[in-house]
Design a protein around this ligand. Structure first.
Ligand code: NAP
Length: 248
């Protein structure tokens, strides 16, 4: 018996890295998993295959979460396939470092669009179904930088801080039926950090009391906790697998 038997879950940005790790763990816990991706169909199919190889059920669904029509279509497709959505993980995110004095308006807009608007859009179209069924869990992947901020990441920090505030506001609005929480990981070794320099990574590491960059496997258990029975008494919270980077 798994913690998520008979549940269905939609995880955005699950073609790789943290989203894939959460999708696989949810599959192992018994959930039917919808693996959303934006551009990498092959990687999304690999996530699906990994879940199926573990004996689970999964489908891949393409959608740009920052596009309202695509986000709505995504939710409708998953709702139809799985007869509702019990757990939504808003994980899709992008990061493109830039100092503010050199930042293009497009770079700002795109980060806010995917990271913050995307979280709003997919939640907006999911929440009605959860309220109708009087249950649901929403887990928003924020970042420790939404709490402490970071140079060259004003746009990303603003989006992630927005996600934490959105989480708290929505948690109050939809309680007690739907529980809404955030996870604010510290620096995690994934493709998201590909564009950062060695110097940036070294500086990051030095800020973390546990003195290292974290791994995907060190984030995933928090998502499993918040989605399952262990998360029954959490709402509006931001849990931080971050090596102590942002103590709050
Ligand atoms: P990643 O390796 O870059 O993966 C990003 C995922 O998001 C991919 O599956 C990508 O799909 C998807 N995605 C990007 N734009 C999308 C869009 N417009 N619509 C739908 N999906 C989209 O990132 P990660 O490190 O796993 O990060 C996952 C989440 O954790 C993000 O929200 C990130 O901000 C947060 N986080 C990461 C760290 C870290 O250090 N890694 C720390 C704190 C928080 P395709 O590949 O198919 O395009």
């Amino acid at each position: 018996m798994g913690d998520l038997d008979d549940k269905s879950a939609l995880i955005t940005g699950a073609s790789r890295s943290i989203g894939r790790g959460i999708a696989q763990a949810f599959g192992r816990e018994g959930a039917a998993v919808a693996v959303n991706y934006h551009s990498d169909e092959e990687a999304a199919e690999e996530t699906v295959e990994a879940i199926e190889n573990d004996g689970g059920t999964a489908i891949a669904v393409q959608a740009d979460v920052s596009d309202a029509e695509e986000a709505q279509q995504l939710v409708e497709t998953v709702t139809e396939q799985f007869d509702g959505i019990d757990v939504l993980v808003n994980n899709a995110g992008i990061l493109e470092p830039s100092t503010l004095d050199e930042m293009d308006v497009e770079t700002w807009d795109q980060t806010i669009s995917v990271d913050l608007r995307g979280t709003f859009l997919v939640t907006r179209f999911t929440i009605e179904g959860m309220l109708d069924q009087s249950s649901g869990r929403i887990i928003n992947i924020a970042s420790q930088l939404g709490i402490k901020g970071a140079a060259e990441l004003t746009h990303y920090s603003a989006a992630k801080g927005g996600i934490i505030a959105f989480t708290r506001a929505l948690a109050r609005e939809v309680a007690p039926d739907v529980q809404v929480n955030a996870i604010a990981p510290g620096p995690i070794d994934t493709a998201l950090l590909d564009d950062t320099t060695d110097e940036w990574r070294e500086n990051k590491k030095a800020e973390v009391p546990l003195d290292r960059i974290g791994t995907i496997d060190e984030v995933v258990p928090t998502a499993v906790l918040l989605a399952g029975d262990g998360g029954d008494y959490y709402t509006g919270q931001t849990l931080s697998p971050d090596g102590g980077d942002a103590m709050h």
